[in-house]
Design a binder for this molecule. Structure first.
Ligand code: TYM
Length: 345
C-alpha cells in the first residue's frame, strides 16, 4: 500500500474477503480468491474470511439450501488450506456489525455512486425497477463487511474492482465528514494469474456460478472424470494449433483463457506455458490441462466432501469464527457510534 492511499491510518494491516453461498464454487472462485486467501495466510497475514449470506438474499434463492451452501463455502475455505484456528472463518449474518455499519454507510454513500455500479446493471438488466433495494445496496454492505474490521487488504477477482473502489470512496467520505482518520482505504489485491477466469464455452464471458450451461465451468466438487470431460469439450477455434507467443491470442479468447488457467494452476506465466505448448495441437494441450486441473482440485474436492459429511466440524469453525469476528468488530462499531454522535448508555 502506498502512503498516499491512507496518509494517516496507522492501524494494523488486516485481510478481509467474502464469498457468496450461492450455487457451486468454481475454478474462477478458486483461482481468483480461495487460492490467494491461503497464500496470504501462509505469508503470515491476519485474515478474516466471510460467507456472505446477507448478500446471497439480495436475489431470489432457495431458503432450504442456505445452511448447506454456507457450510459448503466454509468447507471449501478449509479444504483449500485456510486453518480456522489461524484465520477467522464465519457467516456474515452471525455478526451484527455488518448490517449496522451498512446503515451508517447508507447515509454516507451517494445514489449517484451506486447508480454507476456495473454489477447491479448486469444483474438487473432492464428490470431494475423490480429488483430488491438490497441488490442496489449490495456494494454498501460489502464496504461495511470490510470496514467493520478496518481491513486494509482485500483479495478478490477482477470483477470486484469497482466494488472495492466504492469501499474506498465510502471510507474516504466518512473520514472527511467526521474529520477523523478513522477508516483505512482498503486496497484490492487482484493482480496475478487467475484474476479473471472465463467461461469454457465463451472466452468473452466470465466463468460464473449462475451460467445455466454446466459445461461452462469447472466446479470444485466435480469429480476427475467430469473435469477431464469439461476441459475436453471446452470451446477452442478453427484457427490452428496453439500459438507460439501471446501475440497469437488476438481473436482467440478461448485459447487465451485455457492458457491462463494452465498458468494459474502451474504457477507459470502465459509465455512459459506457450514455450512448452506453442505449435502443439489441442489434442496434446487439453489432456495436459485436464491432468493438471485434476491433480490440483482432487485433494480439495476430497477434503470438501469429507467436511460436508461431518458438518459438526464446519459448524464449530463457524461458531468460533463468529465469536472472534465479533471481538474485533464490536469495539470498532462502538467507536463508530461515538464518532457519528449517537447517545451512548
Ligand atoms: P462471489 O461470491 O461472486 O465470488 C467470490 C470470489 O471469487 C471471485 N471470482 C472470480 N475470480 C476470477 N475469475 C472468475 N470468473 C471469478 N468469479 C468470481 C470474485 O471476484 C470473488 O473474489 N461481492 C463478492 C462477495 C463479497 C466480498 C465482500 C468480497 C461480499 N462482501 C467483502 C470481498 C470483500 C462476490 O460476489 O463474490
Amino acid at each position: 500500500m502506498s502512503e498516499q492511499d491512507t496518509p494517516t491510518y496507522a492501524g494494523p494491516q488486516r485481510v478481509f474477503s467474502g464469498i457468496q453461498p450461492t450455487g457451486n464454487l468454481h475454478l474462477g472462485n478458486y483461482l481468483g480468491a480461495l487460492k490467494k486467501f491461503t497464500r496470504l495466510q501462509d505469508d503470515g497475514w491476519d485474515g478474516i474470511y466471510c460467507v456472505v449470506d446477507l448478500h446471497a438474499i439480495t436475489m431470489p434463492y432457495d431458503t432450504g439450501a442456505m445452511v448447506s451452501q454456507t457450510r459448503q463455502i466454509a468447507a471449501a475455505m478449509i479444504a483449500c488450506g485456510l486453518d480456522p484456528k489461524r484465520s477467522i472463518i464465519f457467516a456474515q449474518s452471525s455478526v451484527r456489525a455488518h448490517t449496522e455499519l451498512c446503515w451508517v454507510f447508507n447515509c454516507i454513500a451517494r445514489m449517484g455512486w451506486l447508480e454507476k455500479m456495473t454489477q447491479f446493471k448486469d444483474k438487473a438488466g432492464k428490470n431494475s425497477e423490480r429488483m430488491s433495494v438490497g441488490l442496489f445496496d449490495y456494494p454498501v454492505l460489502q464496504a461495511a463487511d470490510i470496514l467493520a474490521y478496518k481491513a486494509t487488504h482485500v483479495p478478490v477477482g477482477e470483477d470486484q474492482q469497482q466494488h472495492l473502489e466504492l469501499s474506498r470512496d465510502i471510507a474516504a467520505r466518512f473520514n472527511e465528514q467526521y474529520e477523523a482518520d478513522f477508516f483505512p482505504l482498503p486496497e484490492a489485491l487482484i493482480e496475478g494469474p487467475g484474476a479473471r477466469i472465463m467461461s469454457l464455452k465463451d472466452g468473452t464471458k466470465k466463468m460464473s456460478k449462475s451460467d445455466p450451461a454446466e459445461n461452462s465451468r469447472i466446479n470444485l466438487i466435480d469429480d476427475a472424470d467430469t473435469i477431464a470431460k469439461k476441459i475436453k469439450k471446452s470451446k477452442t477455434d478453427m484457427l490452428g494449433d496453439m500459438p507460439s507467443d501471446t501475440g497469437g491470442f488476438e481473436g482467440r479468447p478461448e485459447v487465451k483463457n485455457l492458457v491462463g488457467i494452465y498458468g494459474a494452476l502451474a504457477g507459470m506465466s502465459d509465455d512459459e506455458v506457450l514455450a512448452e505448448y506453442g505449435g502443439k495441437g489441442f489434442g496434446v494441450f487439453k489432456p495436459a490441462l485436464a491432468e493438471l486441473a485434476v491433480e490440483h482440485l482432487s485433494p480439495i474436492t476430497a477434503r470438501m466432501r469429507e467436511l460436508m459429511d461431518n458438518p459438526d466440524e464446519i459448524d464449530a469453525a463457524l461458531r468460533d469464527g463468529a465469536e472472534r469476528a465479533k471481538a474485533i468488530a464490536e469495539p470498532i462499531m462502538e467507536e463508530v457510534r461515538q464518532t457519528v454522535g449517537f447517545w451512548r448508555p
